[in-house]
Design a protein. Structure first.
Lengths: 292, 292
């Protein structure tokens, strides 16, 4: 397949490499041309604009920061929409609002171009290992056409439903994960207040009903006090803004997510946005006057 | 004074009538012409657009739904800026975000219009009785110039600071009232579930440190089960969204407001959006297996 790729950051670069290794023809575009170099060295072709990339691709994958960025790359000047031929597919793997994803799908459909929202979970580790969880929103036939690309990048691949449904699943994913992280931080904070060994608590909990991926990975970072990223907390903060805004639109009460959002606000205020989200532990410590 | 008035809803209509009663010449415009009729009957003159209003007055007052409405009426086609004479003062009495207010004020300034933000508190009774609390942001000289207008509509009138400061004060007001309504509903539901008369509890609490306007007015309506708006709960939901969006932007922790905001989400989602915010009591009753 002729595949285009935009967004060669911490997540995007290893994902693009997996696509290339799976035997697809890879084209790339980046705002800063130097970030395409590692892929070009491995055989990818660089293009001058998203439109030029789209014209040379059957499928273009994007993984960038937010709804505005996706809109700019897709529908802005020299955007993908200007280059796509009928029947091409835009697979957006960024985390954006479900409403925005549905809107983009609608606008593309008018021009006969297909859309898949396919946000991922698993972080940098899983991107490198090719074991991401991929949650897709797309028409069934469109999903079938791009499935082999997902298989090159991920392990758990689920079509959740129509366009937008992938982003809904991702919102649920972020909510469960970060709320669990907050619970984990509170548990560690409690253990420390009792002057109990955190590593021992974590090991014990991992064997029981409180065991989880978050407890395993983020819990360890809390025990080791290693707060360097990881997953930059500012990205979770951004996701919670989207999540709680959607909750207002549909009148859905999310009491625990709302509390966690406020802890993330406090984290941002402390200037820890570029650290791992396990820094939520430090927010609790700051609030209770222990050394943060 | 020659005054323009746009936004003749539940709040705007009685406010405009009070201006006429105080001897001001009023020019009005509304998207739905029938909304103007009660004002025309009282002696106001109809205009054909916001620009038309602006071209014939010294001061334009707006009180409309949300930020996009204010933006459209101020800066959109045939908006206030299009018709403004040099030195026009635009007083926006809507409740919108401080950030958007500052942005609109800056763009109006470029076109020779001075903006004041002047959101109000006191609800429909306050509007009818000219007893509103008015919190004003913007240039002090412009405030002094239009103070007689505020005095015709309100009782407690404060200049808080520069552009957006009135909206910050209003956001603070909505935190205190939004959380307050939830606290009163919680307490009265607690009394009822404990088999105690909620009316008697409210009365005795009014003599102590828990006494407040909210306990008095909203608590009184909860006891009487009078859920007629008033201030509709979807409006309070909107205001809480503004508050929490600002908190997100500033990296500011508002845990109690966040919890209350979720209760307003639940109200809107469960069909109580058109009822007064005191219908919060019904939500608690439902969650505790009571009347609701």
């Amino acid at each position: 397949m002729r595949v285009g790729f935009i967004g060669l950051g911490v997540m995007g670069r290893p994902m693009a490499e997996h696509v290339l290794r799976a035997g697809h023809t890879l084209g790339v575009w980046a705002r800063r041309p130097e970030s395409t170099a590692p892929l070009v060295e491995q055989g990818a072709t660089a293009y001058d604009t998203p439109a030029a990339l789209a014209a040379a691709s059957d499928v273009v994958i994007t993984i960038i920061t937010n709804s505005q960025d996706v809109e700019g790359v897709a529908f802005g000047e020299h955007g993908l929409a200007a280059g796509f031929t009928r029947g091409a597919v835009h697979v957006d793997m960024s985390t954006i609002a479900p409403d925005a994803a549905r809107d983009f799908a609608r606008r593309y459909a008018e021009a006969g171009i297909d859309w898949v929202d396919a946000p991922v979970s698993g972080g940098e580790q899983a991107a490198v290992a090719g074991t991401l969880a991929i949650m897709a929103g797309a028409r069934e036939d469109v999903f079938a056409r791009v499935r082999t690309l997902f298989e090159a990048m991920g392990k758990t691949i689920v079509r959740v439903g129509e366009p937008g449904a992938g982003q809904v699943a991702k919102a649920c994913n972020q909510m469960v994960m970060v709320c669990a992280l907050q619970a984990c931080a509170e548990a560690m904070h409690l253990a420390r207040a009792h002057k109990v060994d955190l590593a021992a608590v974590r090991t014990a909990l991992m064997g029981g009903s409180a065991g989880s991926r978050v407890m395993e990975v983020m819990g360890e970072r809390m025990v080791e006090r290693d707060f360097s990223a990881g997953i930059q907390a500012r990205l979770h903060h951004k996701d919670f803004g989207i999540l709680l805004d959607e909750a207002v639109k549909i009148g859905a009460p999310l009491p625990i997510a709302a509390q966690t959002w406020q802890q993330l606000n406090a984290l941002m205020a402390q200037g820890w946005g570029y650290d791992d989200t396990s820094s939520l532990l430090k927010v609790l410590e700051a609030a209770s006057g222990s050394n943060a | 004074m020659n005054v323009g008035f746009i936004g003749l809803g539940l709040m705007g209509r009685p406010m405009a009538l009070n201006l006429i009663r105080a001897g001001h010449d009023l020019r009005v415009w509304a998207r739905r012409p029938e909304a103007m009729q009660p004002l025309l009957d009282a002696g106001a003159v109809a205009a054909i657009s916001a620009a038309d209003v602006a071209s014939r007055v010294d001061v334009v007052i707006t009180i409309v739904g949300d930020a996009p409405d204010v933006e459209r009426v101020a800066l959109g086609p045939d908006g206030i800026a299009d018709g403004a004479r040099p030195g026009l003062i635009h007083i926006d009495m809507s409740t919108i975000s401080p950030e958007v207010t500052q942005s609109i004020a800056a763009r109006l300034r470029e076109r020779g219009v001075t903006m004041l933000d002047a959101p109000v508190s006191g609800g429909e009774p306050g509007a009818i009785n000219a007893a509103l609390t008015i919190m004003v942001g913007g240039e002090a000289s412009a405030f002094e110039c239009v103070k007689p207008l505020f005095e015709a509509m309100g009782k407690t009138i404060s200049h808080i600071g520069g552009n957006g400061a009135g909206q910050v004060a209003k956001a603070c007001n909505q935190i205190v009232t939004g959380v307050g309504v939830a606290a009163v509903a919680e307490a009265l539901n607690f009394a009822r579930k404990s088999g105690v008369d909620a009316g008697a509890v409210r009365e005795v609490l009014m003599g102590g440190f828990a006494a407040s306007r909210i306990l008095d007015v909203h608590g009184g309506r909860m006891v009487k089960r009078d859920f007629q708006p008033g201030f509709k709960s979807w409006m309070h939901q909107k205001d809480m969204r503004i508050v929490l969006e600002e908190a997100h932007r500033l990296g500011l922790q508002l845990p109690t407001a966040a919890a209350a905001a979720q209760l307003y989400n639940a109200m809107v989602g469960s069909g109580l959006g058109e009822e007064d915010s005191v219908a919060m009591l019904k939500l608690f009753e439902r969650m505790s297996g009571g009347e609701g």
